[in-house]
Ligand binder design. Structure first.
Ligand code: AQP
Length: 326
């Protein structure tokens, strides 16, 4: 069975974008692949985090994985910082990665322009991501198009290391889902919906109450026309709502346009709100059952133990080849 690896950052409360773009895929892929899933808490601290919020978000992320249908029997689930080999491997690989290669990463350019006083980790973070992937000989890394460049970097690093020290790493490939559109902010529909966004009005959090979800969708920015038509350039707001509808129902964009050709924006928004509320209802219910349960701790303890054993072997192999220690 081929192996995949996925992690989400506990950098805020999870959004509808995270669910459509990542978690749903993970639930689907667990049927086909041996799957390793982690909470990327070391990645989250590349920008400032409030410690108590961070701890809460880590547990919440695990509960959402499980509530969304990620089966702990089919997946190995763990917290990145509870397995010391990720950071250890990252240091070795950082020393083998040219500085210039990291400065060229699009996400670094983007995030470094948005945050002030960021640490060096924001630059080196793609190497930590390479370590996450390479420690487990992952065949595929399910990812949005935005992370494709980082998977390419992991491939480059792996190829370079293998050339220099012998066959150590498997060369991973990105697995970009065919469906799973980029979901945009409801207030500013030209930008991605993000969990760390400062304005919660444009973001649907998975744990938002039904009333809040409805309010946010009914208040979504649209345009001065009344036609429900997919046109990202000129009608980004309505196109975003069409994307959400399409992603959650599987009904094609053409069919959605046809279905709502005589409707106004209010009717369409109400249907999108109903759909989102219905989709998230069972997840929220399950989440409440899980969040304080011992089951989460048992899963995480097992995951940390199992992945540490695997990762340790890979780390020691490279450490030895590089001539470190005795
Ligand atoms: N708006 C989105 N639409 C579709 N997919 C999305 N993803 C994120 N936002 C959307 C996908 O969710 C996963 C999350 O990865 P991450 O936690 O490593 O961080 P991210 O991509 O930077 O997500 P956020 O929510 O925007 O977090 P912050 O605010 O911390 O930067 C990825 O698979 C991503 O494609």
């Amino acid at each position: 069975m081929k192996k995949i690896l996925t992690g989400l950052q506990p950098s805020g409360n999870l959004t509808l974008g995270n669910y459509i773009g990542a978690i749903r895929q993970m639930v689907r892929l667990q049927e086909e692949y041996e799957s390793i899933i982690f909470v990327a808490d070391l990645h989250a601290i590349t920008v400032a985090q409030n410690p108590s919020e961070l701890r809460k978000n880590i547990r919440s992320l695990i509960a959402i994985y499980l509530a969304s249908g990620i089966d702990p029997k089919k997946n190995t689930i763990f917290i990145q910082s509870e397995n010391i080999y990720h950071a250890n491997m990252s240091w070795l690989l950082e020393c083998l990665t040219p500085y210039g290669e990291l400065g060229r990463m699009t996400q670094f350019k983007d995030k470094s322009s948005k945050h002030q006083n960021f640490g060096a980790g924001l630059l080196t973070y793609p190497v930590l991501m390479a370590s996450d992937i390479l420690l487990y000989d992952a065949d595929y890394v399910p990812t949005g198009i935005d992370q494709k460049q980082h998977v390419e970097l992991a491939r480059n690093i792996a190829e370079r290391v293998n050339k220099k020290y012998g066959e150590i790493f498997k060369i991973p490939e990105p697995l970009i889902p065919e469906t799973g559109a980029k979901i945009c902010d409801l207030v500013n529909p030209t930008k991605k919906m993000s969990k760390s966004d400062e304005n919660p009005k444009g973001v649907i959090y998975l744990l938002d109450s039904d009333d809040v979800i409805r309010k946010k969708i009914m208040g979504a920015t649209t345009d001065s026309e009344t036609v429900i038509k997919y046109d990202i350039e000129n009608k980004p707001g309505i196109s975003n709502l069409i994307n959400i509808y399409n992603s959650l129902t599987g009904i094609s964009i053409k069919e959605i346009e046809e279905k709502y050709k005589d409707s106004n924006y209010g009717t369409f928004k109400k249907d999108v709100a109903d759909l989102v509320i219905e989709t998230l209802k069972p997840i929220k219910e399950k989440y409440q059952e899980l969040i304080n349960s011992k089951e989460i701790d048992k899963i995480l303890d097992e995951g940390a133990l199992k992945t540490s054993e695997i990762a340790k072997k890979k780390y020691l192999l490279l450490k030895d080849k590089m001539g470190l220690g005795r």
